[in-house]
Design a protein around this ligand. Structure first.
Ligand code: IMP
Length: 431
């Protein structure tokens, strides 16, 4: 299950709804830059690191090796979940191979984002990028290493020497104290220890025992380090491929791919966004859709549904099923523009440009569909939706090349329409 665009598609709610039918939910990428908002019985939860499956008492929540884990953020989050009555000690497992975000990752990121000559990405300032940089440079600290006091001490001493020098020379940042840092992380490590295990073993054993596992993506396809709008991306593999490397489960074990798309499009942070609207219509989407970042509170940029982008996303992920969220946000619009193709200098463009300049030059070509101007919030079945809403969805399905399996018309678990064919397909996967 993954985001089809730039994140915030509403995956949290969908994972929460579907996790009732799964034994395990595993996160495979990103870190506490993600903010999954779920509302249950009117109560709002924002989960950043722990997979949304944790809100179901029978579901095991796994943080896979592809995740970058900030131990302090993790402990804070499980503290809140504990207060809400979640049995975190029984339900949560953390990969011993996940990379650790340390204090200097945040320090470097904050300084680098505003440094002269650097492209501003508009990151979430959680140290995500620098932690993945260290991972790829084979200079990172994994959870298993965090649990080893000697290794932790040496790592922090060496890293602080290097990072402090670089940060001070390049950005004039105050140096961090390795002794204090060691004390703090060693303390956190002891609280983290009971959750840590070899999650690749755990997941493969669960699958071998006939249990069902959902891989929960974070961010979205267009923020993927390889396939997104580089360099305006996050630093991990948010696409379907990331579920494999980020958990240690082989591709032949994956039954299907579900893409979550909003009925329109949003983006937070910098970077190209072909169907962005800057007029009153964009404000209507932002207000009705409450489009403000779950982690940073930043207003999200809003735009119309982009079918070439969705086709691209479906191709990269091999998406079979789509979940369309926030359909209700369009309820009052008399007409709804939908992008069906792109042109550069008046010439049609068939493939997604790889470079930012090309992406910025794209001019969307729109078709206007008729709005339904009535509430979809209480619809329980597809047939309950107004005719124009069904036409909007059929158009989306036809043009995107994947089947619609679910539709969400509000934030609550109950405001969800599941199509019978999707229900049957999920049942067959579990059989
Ligand atoms: P980073 O992941 O903090 O490095 O930020 C890189 C880019 O990804 C920025 O444009 C962020 O706004 C965006 N981003 C990261 N996480 C999320 C998310 O969960 N939802 C939406 N955008 C995100």
């Amino acid at each position: 299950m993954l985001g089809a665009q730039w994140g915030d598609e509403g995956k949290g709610k969908i994972v929460d709804v579907l996790s009732g039918a799964f034994d395990v939910v595993a996160r495979y990428a990103g870190g506490h830059n993600a903010g999954h908002t779920v509302i249950i019985g009117g109560q709002k939860f924002i989960l950043q690191l722990v997979p949304c499956g944790v809100l179901r008492p029978d579901c095991l929540a796994v943080i896979g090796n592809g995740v970058v884990l900030d131990p302090m953020a993790f402990l804070k989050e499980i503290g809140k979940l504990r207060e809400l009555g979640v049995d975190v000690d029984r339900q949560i497992k953390v990969s011993n191979r996940a990379q650790v975000i340390l204090e200097y990752h945040r320090m470097i990121e904050l300084a680098a984002e505003s440094a002269p000559g650097r492209k501003k990405i508009g990151t979430t300032s959680r140290g995500i990028g620098p932690a993945y940089e260290d991972k790829m440079a084979r200079n990172g600290l994994r959870v298993v290493d965090l649990l080893n006091e000697d290794l932790l001490k040496t790592h922090i001493e060496n890293a602080c020497r290097e990072k402090n020098t670089v940060a001070q020379a390049l950005f004039g940042t105050h140096p961090l104290d390795p002794a204090r840092m060691y004390e703090e992380y060693a303390r956190a490590a002891e609280q983290l220890r009971p959750f840590v295990t070899d999650t690749a073993e755990l997941l493969n054993q669960a699958i071998a025992a006939g249990k069902s596992v959902m891989f929960e993506g974070a961010q979205g396809t267009m923020l993927d380090i390889d396939h997104g709008t580089y360099p305006f991306v996050t630093s991990s593999s948010a696409t379907a491929g990331g579920a494999i490397t980020g958990t240690g489960v082989g591709p032949t074990r994956v039954g299907t791919v579900i893409g979550v798309t909003k009925a329109y499009v949003t983006r937070v942070g910098e970077g190209p966004f072909p169907t962005e609207v800057h007029d009153r219509a964009g404000e209507v989407l932002r207000e009705r859709g409450q489009e403000f970042g779950a982690v940073t509170g930043r207003p999200r940029r809003c735009g119309w549904l982009d079918l070439p982008l969705l086709r691209y996303s479906n191709m990269i992920n091999g998406t079979e099923w789509l979940v369309v969220t926030k359909l209700d946000v369009l309820d009052e619009l008399p007409v709804i523009p939908v992008c069906t193709g792109y042109a550069i200098d008046g010439k049609p463009v068939d493939t997604m440009p790889a470079d930012v300049r090309g992406l910025e030059l794209l001019r969307p070509m729109y078709t206007e569909l008729k709005g339904w101007r009535s509430s979809t919030e209480k619809a329980q079945r597809y047939e309950d939706l107004p005719e124009e809403a069904r036409e909007y969805l059929s158009f989306l399905e036809r043009e995107s090349g994947a089947k619609i399996g679910m539709i969400s018309t509000g934030p609550d678990r109950e405001q969800t329409i599941t199509l019978p064919a999707f229900e049957a397909a999920l049942r067959a996967l579990h059989a």
